[in-house]
Write a protein that binds this ligand. Structure first.
Ligand SMILES: *[C@@H]1O[C@H](CO)[C@@H](O)[C@H](O)[C@H]1NC(C)=O
Ligand SMILES: *[C@@H]1O[C@H](CO)[C@@H](O)[C@H](O)[C@H]1NC(C)=O
Length: 368
């Protein structure tokens, strides 16, 4: 008697499982397969990779994280950053950092970004995961997905996934601060230097495309010369944005737009989204109150003029000032936006109109 009832129960359970598995809106039984988010880049996108190897580009100390996570996570912000919001809008869980110990599920995507990284291997060499190494890490993940899901299913997941990039800022900042072997080129031929940065980014994009990726999201470079740490301190020019970097940033942004539309013409099925970060950043610097900010020059957290001394927001033995309410500020630390600002940027990347984010926005890329 009891056994019959047990078998009926088993039958019912199997029927339900079968129904779930054959649900036509899900290609396979894998949860979320096909809507994954892979993240590449620098500190604007790093959700904690730099916590896991020795580097000075590290922000896993108080007061980073104070607003949302209530503890430092390795994000260069008081709270969530752009990839966190994009994941939320795409109805995905938070995408974990690649180096997180015991990470074993990759089906929602992975974050490879590293604070301080550039497209060039030379940029902050030895202290960061350069873009090309991020690509190698992606290839490892691809292997693991193939092993877990099988070749066909892995390929489908990769082709339906969205790949987002924030890279370039550090390629233009690090030569100013170091004795990079590329310093002579940086000074003598700005266009050649920019072409090299974009050339390395293009290489990585093509490699992902060759492995089945087809949906790519980018932002151009923001107002790097107006970061609190970049503001001029010379008497007479006090508080002005740094022109030298701004020249490079403009060259970079122009080249990036050109190269992306060329890739779209040349590579079958290649689709992309480009968020005009430069313009949106500028709008908030020029008219902060329109966007809900009270302070656009000074960082919320840091020390020195504009609280802009490099690496001055917390850390062992460092004296710093901290604002009351980070969401009043455009910048949280000397070089990174607050959560409030990042949320606005992420919303524009997600659903901005074609003047701001084009030819697709991320919402349409996820739907395609
Ligand atoms: C990076 O640094 C290592 C040692 O510090 C050096 O051997 C290597 O050539 C450097 N690579 C680049 C691309 O600068
Ligand atoms: C990539 O950058 C290196 C310097 O790190 C440079 O030698 C090389 O030419 C660049 N590649 C492309 C395709 O631009």
């Amino acid at each position: 008697m009891a056994t019959t009832r047990f078998f009926i129960y088993l039958l019912a359970v199997s029927a339900i499982l079968l129904l779930l598995n054959t649900n036509p809106t899900r290609g396979s039984g894998e949860k979320h397969a096909g809507r994954s988010l892979f993240v590449f880049g620098d500190s604007l996108f790093d959700v904690g990779n730099n916590n896991y190897f020795p580097t000075t580009f590290r922000v896993n100390h108080w007061p980073y994280g104070e607003t949302y996570f209530k503890l430092p996570t390795g994000r260069a912000s008081d709270g969530r950053i752009i990839p966190d919001f994009i994941a939320e809008f795409a109805k995905l869980p938070l995408i974990p950092p690649y180096l997180q110990p015991a990470l074993n599920s990759y089906t929602n995507g992975v974050n490879f970004a590293s604070g301080g990284a550039g497209a060039l291997q030379e940029t902050n060499n030895g202290s960061v995961i350069a873009l090309k190494t991020q690509l190698s890490n992606f290839k490892n993940v691809e292997e693991k997905l193939r092993h877990k899901l099988g070749g066909e299913e892995a390929k489908r997941l990769l082709s339906q996934s969205v790949y987002i990039f924030s890279i370039g800022t550090n390629d233009y900042l690090s030569p100013l601060a170091s004795h990079s072997t590329l310093l002579p080129l940086f000074h003598s031929n700005k266009q050649a230097y920019v072409d090299m940065v974009i050339g390395n980014l293009t290489y990585v994009v093509k490699e992902i495309y060759n492995r089945g990726g087809s949906k790519f999201g980018f932002l151009n470079l923001g107002r790097v010369g107006c970061f609190p740490k970049m503001r001029d301190r010379k008497p007479g020019r006090e508080g002005a944005c740094t022109d030298k970097v701004t020249t490079m940033v403009k060259l970079h942004n122009r080249k990036l737009s050109k190269v992306l539309s060329k890739l779209e013409r040349r590579l079958k099925g290649f689709k992309y989204s480009m968020f005009d970060f430069y313009t949106c950043f500028g709008e908030r610097l020029n008219d902060p109150s329109k966007y809900g900010f009270k302070e656009e020059k000074m960082a919320c957290c840091g020390a020195g003029p504009y609280r802009g001394n490099s690496g001055s927001c917390g850390g062992e033995g460092i004296k710093y000032e901290l604002c009351e309410n980070p969401s009043d500020y455009l910048f949280f630390d000397p070089a990174h936006p607050t959560e409030a600002a990042d949320k606005q940027f992420a919303m524009l990347m997600w659903s901005g109109n074609s003047h701001i984010t084009g030819p697709h926005n991320l919402r349409t890329l996820f739907q395609l």
